[in-house]
Each structure stands twice: as structure tokens, then as C-alpha cells.
Design a protein around this ligand. Structure first.
Ligand code: SAT
Ligand code: MN
Length: 598
């Protein structure tokens, strides 16, 4: 260990954690292909990883049925005061939380290997990138981190003797007594799961879950919760946004960053292939954007991740062909079904349902089975570099200049297909009031409406009221160079429950309108909620959409919008004194505008 780790802080931390968690072994990861293979071989031998004959170097994992998604109720922002964490976060005082977790961590890695994973969020050495070190007792975490982040011994070199890093401690919370046989997916019961963040000291402690964002700590924990707090302190932005590049037929490029809650089609939009002639779309990222103001005063974005951790169900050649092509090899699948010919399957995949499969719980499944074959939050972990439409500039250290921000969510009614904010301040209001019907990405009831400001509700590492203020501050800094702000809803349904908008590649029509707005090529008409496309300006050529459907998609039911007011009021009132005056003003403007239209 001494030979590879020269960083003093890291050495000390590794020793402390090893003393506390008492693993059988300590292994320092180097991120090599050989290392990946070694881990996978171990996982295959113990029956945890199932090789897929149909996909080279790809494996299926099945989690414990109690450990299938992020656990928001067990996720904590532990700042010195409750007020600092704010009303959207669970809070326990740092001293108390650390005491509880220290007791849990005591001896928690017995019978296991402790892996030290040096990783970079963002290209190694980029001025926007951050270095994290995850210590984990899960080899599943190691292989996933290999794909999702840049794990490399170069990170340790970059750290040198005194470089700083973000410590991310993770344990599945299932120590083994001597001779005790391991389970396939070790984890702790829900009451012992803790996903804890200490933003004041850039520290992450996770215990008891092996799944997704609970365990792959570079993603939601570091790149969003800790990074958002750092970004506020340092004057930049860490957002739950996909990044894409759109190129028009004349070759002009537009960069779009869009925020939607988990499992609302971010990955689909990020890899979308336009249905309109001559337009090109390339993917830069599908989940997280880190953005800084560049020397020219514009906002530049990088994708801090290295892979996609996407929702499998619903992904197909018709919904997201580029994702399907990304998944041909070198992929980790979790909680998908296994077909008899050694491939994965999930609900919504192309082709017929298999006549027989093994479901995500490892049981026999046929189309007659009453349950789904794949879990609704089943995931794929795939290298971003394998995406056929990954932008050649996706690893550009300085990032790409953002022209357009999009907010949105899943709304069966009320919200039209697209509208534009009057200005930045109104854009902040749109972000702050964003709402969506819940999905399977988080534990809890599916289909309830929840306000999810900027799609950051589960991911903001400090008081959301201050976060709103940070958005206003960023607008002040960017001035006329600020991106334009739009709101979309691909999910509106007709009275008889059918989706009104085809979505997917036809969403390019909406993006095209946004680009034309940016260029001043098309007008828009003012409504109480924002600027809507003028009739004929949305390119609907070749689309068989009835005039009635289009009308319904774009309709604004003032009574329904007025009915939103009490809910927004309730939502805003939770922020108390931290609620920025400018946002209150926007809300008042919204109420007044609706009032005028009685
Ligand atoms: O499980 S994750 O938190 O990484 C994915 C998501 O919910 O978006
Ligand atoms: Mn996400």
C-alpha cells in the first residue's frame, strides 16, 4: 500500500477506515482492464455475475429485492444546523449521525476485501474535474465505478503527496462471521441504511445498500449533492441535467442542458436522433452537468461521468436505438430478466416477449406470470464512449457553451408541450415550480405529483431556498449571455388516456423551435404562463398529428393552472426566510397574470 499511495491524507484515511471496518484485505484499485476482469471473474465464481452469451463481456446481476433503488428517506444532508440542509433534505446533526454510523461501521467489512477506488469526475486533470476516493467492500461497486467514472492510478499520481480529494466511504453493511457463507447481494435492512453527506467537509458516508446512487458514490452523492454545495460556495453550477449538441442544416451548433426527474426520459432525449431532415443530435451526457462561466462570459458545461446508468425497461430500438447500440458489449445489467439463450430482457424491449425467462428475482417467468420479468428500475451500466452518437467533444476539458436550458417532468395534464420563460428570472420560477408524477427510480408510491425543483429535490446538498438564490446570482453573473429557458411536457394525455405527443425523435421538432427562438427566427405569443409557439412555427412536417391533438397539446386551461396556485404556495412556504424575494415576485406575477384572465 505504501508504494502506491503517497498522499498523506489518503494514507491516514485508509488506515483509519481499515482499523474501524476491519476488512480481511485492502486492495488499491488501478482501473485497468485486467483489474476489471479479475473482479468479474471473482463475481462469476461466486455466482453473482451471470455472463451473457449474447453480449461480449457483459454480465447480469440481481440485487436483493429490498435493495432496488435510491432510498431517499434514508439519505441525509448533515450540516451543522438543520436550517442549512433545508426542508427538502433529511437532517441529523453531524455528531449524532457520525456516532450512529461509526457504530455501524465497526467491524462491518469483516470477511470482505476493502477496495480503495481512486476516481476522477470529469476528464482526469481538467480544471472543472474533481477527484474522489471511494472505499467500498463491494466488488460490484468496483466494476460499476470502472464504467461510470474514470478509475485510474493516474488519479493517485495527480494527487501527489498533498493533493485534496473527496472521501467517499461505502459498506454494504453485512459483515461475515468466520466460515459464514455470503449471500449473493449482501446489504443491510432498511432501518440500517444511511446515505449521508457532510457538505461542510466534503465527505460522504454510505452504509447498508449496494444499489445505484446509494453505492456508486461518484454519481448522485459526489457529482450532485456534494458538488452542488461546492458550486454554490465557488460560484458555479452542478445540475441534474443531460447535455446534448444539436446541429442545424447550415452547420450551426446549439448546446442544450435539460433537467428532468429520474426516469423521465433524460437518456432518451440525450441520445435522440431527430426526425426532421438535416438536423443532427449528439450526446454529451445523460444525467449530470457541471457548468462554469468561461472567459467569454458564457456558461460552459462538462459531463462529469464516464458512463450511463440508464433505466432498462422501456428502452428499445423504437424508443432509443442509440442506447440499444451502446449496450451491445461491455455492459453490466442489474435486475433485468435472463432469457434461455443467455441474453437480457425487459418490459418494452423490441420483439416478442420470451416464452420463458428467469425474472429479476431469479425465478421462472412466462408471459402468463402476474409480475414483470425485469424490475421497473432495472438498469444498464455502459461506457459513454460506446454510444454511436457520443459527441467528439464530450471530453473537452473546458466543456461546451450552453445556449438553452430545459425543465420538465411527467404531467398527464395541465402543462403544454412547450413554452418559453419570459426571461431568466421567470426561468428560475419555472425551474423552482417544476413538478412530476413519481416513477420507480425512488422507493415510494408511483404516480403521485411531486414538486421537484430543477429536478434537484433529492440531489441538492444544501437549503433549496439558497439554491434558488444561487440561480438568480448565476443569472446576474451571466447577464445577456445566460442560456434561454424553456419548459416541456412530453407526457400530456388526451381525455381517453392516450399520449398526445409521439415524443422520442419527434422531440427534435420542439428543440428546433427553441433554436429558432434563440436565433430570433420565430416569434411567440404571450400567455399567463409563458411564451408559446405561434401557430405554424412548430415544424410538424411528415407528422400525422390531428389539429385537435395539437390544440389539446398546446392548450392552457386557466382553471387548471389556477388550481396549481395553492400547491405552489404550499411548496414555496416550506422555504420560509430562505425564499428569495425575486422568486416571490415571480409567483405574484404568475398569480396576477392568471387573475387577469378570469
Ligand atoms: O440510482 S441512481 O440514483 O444512480 C439513478 C437515478 O435515480 O437517476
Ligand atoms: Mn438522474
Amino acid at each position: 500500500m505504501k508504494d502506491t499511495v503517497k498522499n498523506e491524507k489518503l494514507n491516514k484515511w485508509i488506515r483509519e477506515v481499515a482499523d474501524l471496518c476491519t476488512p480481511d484485505d485492502v486492495y488499491i484499485c488501478n482501473g485497468s482492464k485486467d483489474e476489471y476482469r479479475l473482479m468479474i471473474d471473482k463475481l462469476i465464481k461466486s455466482g453473482i455475475a451471470i455472463p451473457l452469451t449474447k453480449r461480449p463481456n457483459s454480465f447480469l446481476f440481481r440485487s436483493d429485492p429490498s435493495d432496488v433503488a435510491r432510498v431517499e428517506d434514508n439519505t441525509y444532508i448533515s450540516t451543522s444546523s438543520r436550517e442549512e440542509a433545508g426542508p427538502t433534505n433529511n437532517w441529523i446533526a453531524p455528531g449524532d449521525l457520525k456516532k450512529t454510523m461509526m457504530d455501524l461501521y465497526k467491524g462491518c467489512m469483516r470477511g470482505r476485501t476493502m477496495y480503495v477506488i481512486p476516481f476522477s469526475m470529469g476528464p482526469i486533470g481538467s480544471p472543472i474535474s474533481k477527484i474522489g476516493i471511494e472505499i467500498s467492500d463491494s466488488p460490484y461497486v468496483v466494476v460499476n465505478m470502472h464504467i461510470m467514472t474514470r478509475v485510474s492510478s493516474r488519479v493517485l499520481e495527480l494527487l501527489g503527496t498533498d493533493g485534496d480529494f473527496i472521501p467517499c466511504l461505502h459498506s454494504v453493511g453485512a459483515p461475515l462471521a468466520p466460515g459464514q457463507k455470503d449471500t449473493k447481494w449482501p446489504c443491510a435492512p432498511i432501518e440500517k441504511k444511511y446515505i449521508s453527506h457532510f457538505p461542510e467537509e466534503n465527505l460522504i458516508w454510505s452504509y447498508g445498500s449496494g444499489y445505484g446512487g446509494n453505492a456508486l458514490l461518484g454519481k448522485k452523492c459526489l457529482a450532485l449533492r456534494i458538488a452542488s454545495a461546492m458550486a454554490r460556495r465557488e460560484g458555479w453550477m452542478a445540475e441534474h441535467m443531460l447535455i446534448l449538441r444539436l446541429t442545424n442544416p447550415e452547420g450551426k451548433q446549439y448546446h442544450i442542458a435539460a433537467a428532468f426527474p429520474s426516469a423521465c426520459g433524460k437518456t432518451n432525449l440525450a441520445m435522440m436522433q431527430p426526425s426532421i431532415a438535416g438536423w443532427k443530435c449528439e450526446c454529451i451526457g445523460d444525467d449530470i452537468a457541471w457548468m462554469k462561466v468561461g472567459a467569454d462570459g458564457r456558461l460552459y458545461a462538462i459531463n462529469p461521468e464516464n458512463g450511463f446508468f440508464g433505466v432498462a425497461p422501456g428502452t428499445s430500438y423504437s424508443t432509443n436505438p442509440m442506447a440499444m447500440d451502446t449496450l451491445k458489449e461491455n455492459v453490466i445489467f442489474t435486475n433485468c430478466a435472463l432469457t434461455d439463450d443467455g441474453d437480457v430482457w425487459w418490459e418494452g424491449k423490441d420483439g416478442d416477449e420470451p416464452a420463458h425467462a428467469i425474472d429479476w428475482k431469479g425465478k421462472d417467468w412466462t408471459p402468463e406470470s402476474p409480475t414483470d420479468a425485469a424490475h421497473a428500475n432495472a438498469r444498464f451500466t455502459a461506457p459513454a464512449s460506446q454510444c454511436p452518437v457520443i459527441c467528439k467533444d464530450w471530453e473537452k476539458p473546458e466543456g461546451v457553451p450552453i445556449d438553452i436550458f430545459i425543465f420538465g417532468g411527467r404531467r398527464t395534464g395541465v402543462v403544454p408541450l412547450v413554452y418559453e420563460a419570459f426571461d431568466w428570472e421567470h426561468g428560475v420560477f419555472l425551474g423552482a415550480t417544476a413538478a412530476s408524477e413519481t416513477t420507480a427510480a425512488n422507493i415510494g408510491a408511483v404516480g403521485n405529483l411531486r414538486r421537484d425543483p430543477f429536478a434537484m429535490k433529492p440531489f441538492c446538498g444544501y437549503n433549496m431556498g439558497d439554491y434558488f438564490k444561487h440561480w438568480f446570482d448565476m443569472g446576474d453573473k451571466l447577464g445577456s449571455k445566460a442560456p434561454r429557458v424553456f419548459y416541456v411536457n412530453w407526457f400530456r394525455k388526451s381525455q381517453d388516456g392516450k399520449f398526445l405527443w409521439p415524443g422520442f425523435s419527434d422531440n427534435s421538432r420542439v428543440l428546433k423551435w427553441m433554436c429558432e427562438r434563440v436565433d430570433g427566427r420565430v416569434g411567440a405569443h404571450k400567455t399567463p404562463i409563458g411564451l408559446l409557439p405561434n401557430e405554424g412555427d412548430l415544424d410538424l412536417s411528415g407528422l400525422h398529428l390531428s389539429a385537435d391533438s395539437m390544440k389539446e397539446l398546446m392548450s392552457i386551461d386557466l382553471t387548471a393552472w389556477k388550481a396549481e396556485i395553492p400547491d405552489i404556495e404550499k411548496h414555496f412556504s416550506t422555504f420560509g426566510k430562505r425564499m428569495p424575494e425575486r422568486l416571490k415576485k415571480q409567483f405574484q406575477r404568475f398569480i396576477d397574470a392568471l387573475g387577469k384572465h378570469v
